[in-house]
Design a binder for this molecule. Sequence first.
Ligand code: GDP
Length: 455
Amino acid sequence: MKQTTIAAIATAIVPQQGSIGIVRLSGVDAVSIAKQLFQAPGNQQWESHRVLYGYIQQPSTQQVIDEALLLLMLAPRSYTREDVVEFHCHGGIIAVQQVLEACLQAGAELAQPGEFTLRAFLNGRVDLTQAEGVADLVGARSPQAAQAALAGVQGKLASPIRELRQRCLDTLAEVEARVDFEDDLPPLDEAGVQAELQEIHKTLQAILATADQGELLRNGLKVAIIGRPNVGKSSLLNAWCRCDRAIVTDLPGTTRDVVESQLVVGGIPIQVLDTAGIRETEDQVEQIGVTRSHQAAQSADLVLLTIDASAGWTSDDQQLYQAFQDLPMILIINKVDLVPKEQVIYPAAISQVVSTIAAQNQGISSLETAILETVQSQSLQAANLDWAINQRQAAALQKAQAALTHVQDAIADQLPLDFWTIDLRGAIQALGEITGEDITESVLDRIFSRFCIGK
Ligand code: GDP
C-alpha cells in the first residue's frame, strides 16, 4: 500500500453551477487530515460508512471555509481499499477549491489523473479491464456505451479472459511436465492440445469481434451536413435535434460557422457538424466560415450531402460531391414537398439516398436508419453488450492469437516441445496484459493518464 495520501476534486466543477462538489482523500493519513479540517459538532462518531455533519476550516487560519458533510470509508471497504474520506461541499468552484487547498496544506498530495482508480487496481480491488470500464463509464455518451462500460466495471470481460489464460496455463503445465519428466509420464496428447488451442483461438476471435462495436460506442461518429446555402441544412439539423441551436433563415450564408450538436442514434454517440454553406464567396466573414467548415467536414466519418429537390442537381452540388466523394456519404434530397424525389437526377454512384422535408421534421428516422446501415450497426441497440473491447485490449488479444498460431505451427511442424512453451508463455502474457496480471509501469501510465482527475 502506498504511503502518501492523495486528494482531488472528484466532481465536475463549473462556475456558479452544481449544488454539491466532492473533495476526496485517500491514503494512510486521510482520517488524520480530515480531523485537522473538519469540526463535527455534538458527539458524532468518526465511524466507517457514516456521514458526519459539520464545518471545514482552513488549518492555518482556522477560518471556516464551508459547511459540509463528511463521508468516512475505512480500509479495506473503500474504492481504493485505503482509508477514504469524502467532503460533500457546496458546488460551484470556490468552496471545493478551498477545501482541496486545505487538504494539501494539511499534508495531502494532489492526485494524478486516475490515481484513485490506479490505487484500487494496485491494491487488488479491481483488475485492469474494470478500471478501464470506470473511465469508459465516466466518458460514456450514450446509454448503450454506459451499459457496455458498466459490464466492464462488473468484470464481465475479465472473467472470460481469465478463463482463457487459465486454460493456456493448464496446457503449458501439461507440455512443460513432458519437457521435465518425459520418462515418468504418459505421452502428451498432441491432438488434445491442438483441439484445445483451436477452441481458445475461436473464443479469442469472438471477443475480438466486439472491437469495432466498442470503438463506435466509445468514440461515436462524426457526421458533417454539407450542401449549398439554403438547401435546408440548418432546418435538417434542427429537425434532428428538435431544438433550435442552429439559426434558420431565408438568407443564404447565415450559418456562418460550424455548429456542433451531440445526438445518439441507435446507441452510437453522434457529433453532427452543421457547416456553413460551402461555396465560393466574396463575403469575408462568410469566407472564414466556409474554410473552417470545409476542414471540419473533411475530418468527418460520414458526410450528409444535402440538396434542394426543387433546384435539382446543380453544378455546385456536383462540385461538393466531387470534393467529398472519398468519404462515406448519404445524399439527402430535401424539400421533397416541392418536387417529388423521383424527379431529381443525381450521380448513380451514390447508393445511400434519403428524402426529407426538414421544415416539417419529416424523414429523420429514414436518415437514422441510413446512418446505421452505413456503419452496419443496426444490431447495436438490441445487442447484448456484455463487453465491447477497446484498442489496447484488441491489440493484446491479437498478440495472444498470433502466439497461439505459432504454437499450432510448431505442433504441425513437429518442433521440440520447448518451442511450444515459448509461444504459449507469449499468449499467457498477452492475456495477462488485458486484466493486468502481466503489466508494465509504462502501460499503466498510458492507461491511467486518460482518466480525469479525482477518479
Ligand atoms: P441552409 O442554408 O442550408 O442551412 O438552409 P436553411 O435550413 O436555413 O433553410 C433555407 C430555407 O429553406 C428556409 O426558409 C427553410 O424554411 C426552407 N426549408 C428547409 N427545409 C425545407 C423543406 O423541406 N421544404 C421546404 N418547402 N422548405 C424548406
